[in-house]
Every structure is written in structure tokens, then in C-alpha cells.
Write a protein that binds this ligand. Sequence first.
Ligand SMILES: Cc1ncc(COP(=O)(O)O)c(C=O)c1O
Length: 440
Amino acid sequence: MGHAEPQVAATLQPYWMPFSPNKEFKAEPRMFSRAKGMYFYTPEGKEVIDASAGLFCVAAGHCREEIARAVYEQLQTLDFTAPFLRAHPKAFELAERVTRYTPAGLNRVFFTNSGSEAVDTAMKMALAYHRVKGQAQRQLFVARERAYHGVNMGGVALAGMVNNRRAYGVGLAGVYHMRHTALAENRFAKGQPEHGADLADDLQRFCNLYGGENIAAVFVEPAAGSFGCLPPPMGYLNKLRQICDQHGILLVFDEVITGWGRMGANFGAQAFGVTPDLLTMAKAITNGAQPMGAVAARQDIYDTITEAGPAKGVEFFHGYTYSAHPASCAAGLAMMDIFAKERLIERAAAMSPKFIDAIHALRDCGVVTDVRSVGMMAAVDVAVDGTPGARGHEAQKRLYDAGLNLKSTGDALIIAPPLVMEDKHLDEITTKLRQVLQRL
Ligand SMILES: Cc1ncc(COP(=O)(O)O)c(C=O)c1O
């Protein structure tokens, strides 16, 4: 007699869920079947406030009619065209609209379908750029512990989250990881912490050890998101920029989460006053309504690669069948209108201090061991209970049951609400969080 297996509906079995405990979920599903504004609704009709903007995507709130209409009309007008050798006008229009937000100089935009693809695209851009400049020896990459750069093979090699790497063997060689910036002395810091700029010296150490002239690019999230909100220590990004400049290394900001207002500015680059050479984005570019990612490149990187190519031939051998998909571009353009009309990014900047104070007020819950925050993103760490991550996982389930949706990573609960959040929503989020944290 073994233990009783939980009953799982046969209809739930075929779907292999990503990044999820399949067995547990299928035995005890927690689903959403509808959403509007700040709320999800379960199939039973229960309202659940969305404290994580879906997965950092839904900046303008759920089910925006403008976006739905734009996608519907697009699919009736031009559903698809090959993005290679052919194009459609909205791809050019969206690229131009995106450059109104990217840091000055990063005005060439390559579209992908996800953040993961944007990261691998940026790696290839860095390699191709150095090669045509006669520096093909620049093959090494530097990234950081506790970073998340998506799940494609390049991004996994860059990433510094061990569970995302350990099952896949050696992966890509030639990637070195700087230490992470989660320092005990920065616990409960609001915004950028004071300590840790010197951790950027790890990059200089790699330059000394491997030769700065062999390093193609440094990838960092300006503020780590998926790991659980790690804002950059004061001066840290500036130092990385300086070392990259000294050695001719490209600095890449992975802004898949930090882009589009999440940091209270267009991108983390502007929020922290440091301009990268390449910048990846995804998530809120379409409000999550259509898959899309992008890389914004410095113009001279684009110029160098394209001018080195043949007069009438392909210059950069890279792209996806669904790059700049018409429906994604339509969604993106509708979202650009919403950003402009509703001044979403200014709104995020204005709301941020109140949001940060409200989340930090949870530190008096006994189980809370740290709170980190920047812009409209925060993380609350709960004390490890036996297995690391077990309590965070339990918290995320109990929060759903209490009517609040968020993402947990290990024992960090990540709060990143839609940027349209109002005071009453913030009250609801913190009240529900407090209730659950007090009983954990
Ligand atoms: C910084 C960063 N890079 C890349 C990705 C991967 O994006 P996607 O899941 O769209 O492939 C993510 C996703 O959360 C991310 O946070």
C-alpha cells in the first residue's frame, strides 16, 4: 500500500507547464480565466488582485480594449508577412516609436518574440560587431551571479541562477560571473543601496586575468528582477561602464523587466544615469498582450555591422519567423499610444515613493528578513523554513487563496504591480500581504 496519489483530471495531463511544479499544480490547480484592469478572476469567479503585472508585463492593466482592437484589426488586414526580405509598415513605425524612449544614441531596434531571444540576439550582435571591427578574439562574456537572462542557451550561460543551469551540463564556455550585489549590510535599503560599488571591480579582475581585449560584452540587469529585486548599489553601474570603456567591451543592459517605466523612468538606463551599448527589452512593450521582445542598439553598432556587409546581401545572419509579427507590432503601437496618453511612466515615478514606503512597512511582520525596492518593483524575503524556497512557495499559494497574485523566487515575494495602480489597490495589496505574512 503506497500513499494515495492526488486525483488529477486527465484533461490537465498533456500540458507540460513551464517553470512550474507540474505534479503539484495539476493536483491542486490555481488558474485564471479572465482579467480586467488590476484584477484576475478565477474560473469560479473569485477576484484576485494582480501584484506582479502578470509577470512584469501588464503595465497598463489587463485587457486593454485599444490593444485588443488593434490586434483584431491587424489580423484582418495583414496577418503575416515574412520578416526576411519583406516587411510591413508597422514594424518601422514601432521601431521609431520605441526609440523615443530608449537612451539617446540607442536608436536601432531589432525585434524578437521574447526576452530570451533578445538576450541571445544581443550576444550575437556583440560578437558580430567585434568581428567586423577586426577583433574576432573577443569571445568571452561576463555576467553576474543571481542574474536571469532568459532560458535560451546563450542566456542560460549568462544567467546566474543555479537551478536554471545545473540540469543542462556545461552549456556555453567562456562566460564568467561577477559576484552578486545582495549584501547583508544593504538589508532593508530603500532604492539604490549604499554598499557594493566595489563589486564592479570583479570585471577589472576578469580583464586582468583573461585579457580585457578578449571580452566581447558584459550583461547585467540594471536592477535584478527575477531573482528578487536587487537594485544596483550607488556607483556600481557607472563603474562597470568605466571599465567597459577602458577595455573596449560592450555593456549590455538586460531591461526585460526594468524597461518601460518599471524603474520610474523609461528604462533603468535613464533611472540610474548609465547608458549601455545594447539594451534588451520585452514584457511591457505590448502590455503582455502579444509576444514581443527587442534589442535597441547604438547606431554605430548597426552601422558597423551593416556597412561591413555586401552592398546587396544580408549583413546580419539572424532573425525569427515571427520577428516584428504584424499583430505584435499592432499591439506595441497601441501600447505606445497608451504610454503617451496616460503618461504611464511619469505615473510610475510619482507612485514609486508611496509604493516603496508601503511595502517596507511590512518589515515588522516577524517572518520578513529583508525588503528591497526600486521604482515600482519590490521584494519581501521571508525566513527560510527547512528547505530554501519552501516558505516562499507556500506564501505565493496562500496569497492566491487570499486574493493576491504575485511571483515568488525562492523565499523572495516579488511585487511589481501594473503601473496604473491606484492608492486603493496599493492598500489592498499590502493588507492582503500583511494578513498572509503574519500567519506564515
Ligand atoms: C532580465 C530578463 N531577461 C530575460 C528574460 C526572459 O524573457 P522571456 O521569458 O520573455 O524569454 C527575463 C524574463 O523574466 C528577464 O527578467
